[in-house]
Design a protein around this ligand. Sequence first.
Ligand code: ADP
Ligand code: MG
Length: 578
Amino acid sequence: MSIRILPDLVARKIAAGEVIDRPFSVVRELLDNSIDAQADKIELYIQDGGRASIRIVDNGTGMDKDDLVLCTRSHATSKISHEDDLLHIHSLGFRGEALSSIAAVSRLQIQSRRPEDPTGHVLQCSLQTEAELRPKACPVGTTVEVRDLFYNLPARRHFIKSASAETRLIKQTLQDKAAAFNTIEFKMQIDQRRGLHLLPAAREERIREMYPSLAPESLWYSARGSGEGFTIEVIAVKPDLYRKDKRYIQAFVNNRRVSEYALQQAAEYAYSDYIPGGNYPVAFIFIEIEPHRVDFNIHPAKKEVRFHDRGDVHHRIVEIIQSALRSNALSIRRAATSFQTSYNLDFPVQTAGSIPAAHTLQPAFNTHKPDRPAPRYDLEHIFTPPVQETTMKYREAEQKFSYKYLGQLFEVFLLVESGERFFIIDMHAGHERLRYDVLRNAQGSQSLIVPLAFSVEEAQSRYLHENTAALKELGIQITCHNNQSWELTGVPETFGGDPHKLLPFLTGETGHRNQLSVFLYATLACRSAVKEGERLLPEQAHQIIQGVFRLEDARCPHGRPIWIEYSRRDLYTMVGRE
Ligand code: ADP
Ligand code: MG
């Protein structure tokens, strides 16, 4: 077969498919155009998932008669004129391909009027027929209507999914624009029903309004920062809530939503100390970067972006999020941190039933035994103060911090009211974390009267040799006898359990070599912490409450949050109270 040049119509259809592949890509391009035209109100109407019709009405700068005729031609754009302009793009569009592509695969009608013109015009076009232009009385701005998308590309039409799937994608497209352009009012109507109505709002508010089910208002925060030639704004949810998927780690570069792995990964990394592995945060990241430092001209839908210095941006995202997470320590915690009240965490726990096996591991701590019977906390008493109302007051300088312990719920949660806030504290996680801090801060080692002999594989023996000093710092003393025979001669001072429990760490069976200390102490702390199902004396509950309120980051050693928190407002909202 010899080579031939494709007829223009065929070539345009093929090219159109690159930019416009689904109804939502039409919506994306038309929204971009309205935003580029400085509209501050944009309405979107779709029918049958965009297959029957997509209509976008904006109140932007509009086009005059001559521009209307030109706008649907290939490479017709008002946004750049020289190649150099590609380096300074501030608009969303610049290729002049969207309208010509849409015209090639649908029946397109555009009406437009500029503010300075007495009347507007309407343009009707499709691939086969000559475009037709006539004057029309219409409001200032532009209305674009796309009907019968892909009517002339049956194969493509076939690939369009169900109306509901397309509608979901279209809605997401609109939400992506709305997140970036929070000062524009957006309306969406789906098959004559109201879909969305977003009034101009601060960005954090806009995002919360669009995704109300992601987190209560009190868990959102925003943080900003900058680097050379760029600024970053992060709007995210505190690590108290996280998800099993990455859907809401979203990155925007110069207001375009991009699917850039490195940016997502920066957010994941920043949260990795705060949420358990395999879970993901909710974080919207907005990067404004000088246009010459990025290239969007590498993907037909501009979904990918090439940074000239990606490492820099990545690094700053991590820093900004991490410092926000650190400073997110609640004011309540800051108020409490400076008080040096000593509290005894080593209490034995009064259980309703039998004493769990774990308690046999902590004889060394059991110096303190309450000499009166544990009061019973039955659920029906919980919302009336149990036994006596206990209100603790702390005072330092101007700061006051008081809370009311309301009781124990489901034998695992401590319920605490403080000012306008309500806390549900996981007593096990809280106690575990406090024990963990005590264990970690106690550097000493106690010698075993009878050393424990153990033997290991050759590789593990090498590992122990290399780490003898590091282990000693943790309070674990070991000596090598010959090659693979070892002895455990000392255990951490605060370790009151059976030394045999340490052997799995040393023989390598646990596989947590790198995080030995974290794992070791987390496990030790976990084993000696109060367990679900145990009833606490009020003073024991107070020790945990006061201890956890002092923490800078309220996570248990495994990364789970220690408490959840609701404001009065959150609770009011939940029951629909004004
Ligand atoms: P691009 O956006 O890349 O310039 P398009 O094909 O999307 O290419 O649009 C072509 C031109 O039509 C734009 O450059 C702009 O001048 C004009 N235009 C398109 N949509 C609108 C609109 N909603 N309001 C005003 N002008 C518009
Ligand atoms: Mg465009």
